[in-house]
Structures are given as structure tokens and as C-alpha cells.
Design a protein around this ligand. Structure first.
Ligand SMILES: [Zn+2]
Ligand SMILES: [Zn+2]
Length: 187
């Protein structure tokens, strides 16, 4: 298997976000490490025969990665009606999804907003690692880095409508990202 093929396979599973160019750099190593950690291999970042065999089996079977931290989720999540911890994860895979835990105050507020509107809440960004935050153009001290911010929309509602309600709650800061999406954060 060539390095380019390895990058394609890691990309297919969402671990490699770069261009599959056959140049094996830091991103490729991190993607390999994240894949290995998710599928029970020693996460050494080296794409050897064992990793090759494993990734082909995973793609063939559609097996899902182990949510290693799922059992570590704080107990208050059981009181959250509308959101799962996974919806707050950093999507870039290389960081493992939870470089910070979603803040309880934030998740409870999100639940309240969802309850108020009685329509699906669709998160677009919760926790971010510094790399992902940079990639999406977030400010260096973004509340997303600390798990204290959520970007989301409410199905069928405008950002202005959602914001009007969000601002009645004890949020630290909230604003409309565009016509539909709202950013809110908590201390
Ligand atoms: Zn990340
Ligand atoms: Zn935001």
C-alpha cells in the first residue's frame, strides 16, 4: 500500500483532512494515531502492516470506533434531554474529539433553548481543539476551546428569533453568525 493510498483510506474514515498527495507528514501521522486509538491498536502513529490490515477490515465491515471517553462522561448528562455529548465533539478526529469537556452550564442552556422552541436544535460547532479552531477561523481565545461555546440553529427559526430568546437566559455572550446560526457561550 502506498502512502497516498493510506491517506485516502484515513481520509475516507474522516481521520485525514489533507490532500492525499503521498507526502507523509505530521497530519498523516496524527491521523494514523487517531485511527489506531479508535480501533484498539497501539497509537504509535506508524502506519505498518497491522494498521493496514485493521483499516481494510474496518472499511469492509463498517465497524465504528470505540468512544474511549464515553464512560467518563459526567453524570449530569443523564439530565440532558435533547443533546448527546457526541454532538459537542471537535470534528477533526486528530484531537480525539474532547480536548475539553462541554461545560455543564452551556449544555443546560442549550437544552433550555431546544425545549423552548420545540423543534430540532442542530449544532455546528461545540468543543474545538486549537488546530480546528484555527482552521475554522476562530479567535485565539475562543470559548469553544474551553467547551464553553456552542454554534447551532433551531430548525425552522431564524437566528434573530433564536437570539431573542437566548438573550433572556444567563449566557455570557451570544450573537448571530448568519441568518440561521447562533453562537452562545457561558462562563
Ligand atoms: Zn480537534
Ligand atoms: Zn461559536
Amino acid at each position: 500500500m502506498t502512502d497516498k493510498q493510506k491517506q485516502y483510506l484515513l481520509g475516507y474514515l474522516g481521520y485525514y483532512a489533507g490532500v492525499p498527495d503521498g507526502i507523509w507528514g505530521r497530519l498523516s501521522g496524527e491521523a494514523t494515531r487517531a485511527f489506531q486509538a479508535g480501533f484498539g491498536l497501539e497509537p504509535d502513529g506508524v502506519f505498518g502492516p497491522a494498521t493496514e490490515k485493521r483499516i481494510l477490515a474496518v472499511i469492509g465491515s463498517g465497524e465504528q470506533p470505540v468512544e474511549k471517553k464515553a464512560e467518563e462522561a459526567p453524570g449530569w448528562w443523564r439530565e440532558i434531554r435533547y443533546f448527546t455529548r457526541a454532538e459537542f465533539r471537535c470534528p477533526c478526529a486528530a484531537c480525539g474529539g474532547f480536548p475539553a469537556e462541554p461545560a455543564e452550564s452551556l449544555v443546560r442552556l442549550a437544552d433550555q433553548v431546544r425545549e423552548h422552541f420545540g423543534a430540532p436544535a442542530l449544532p455546528s460547532s461545540g468543543v474545538r481543539c486549537p488546530e480546528h479552531n484555527k482552521a475554522v477561523g476562530g479567535v485565539w481565545n475562543s470559548y469553544h476551546l474551553a467547551g464553553k461555546a456552542l454554534d447551532f440553529r433551531i430548525q425552522g427559526r431564524s437566528a434573530a428569533e433564536v437570539l431573542a430568546f437566548v438573550r433572556t437566559l444567563p449566557v455570557h455572550y451570544a450573537y448571530a453568525i448568519d441568518e440561521r446560526y447562533v453562537h452562545m457561550d457561558t462562563e
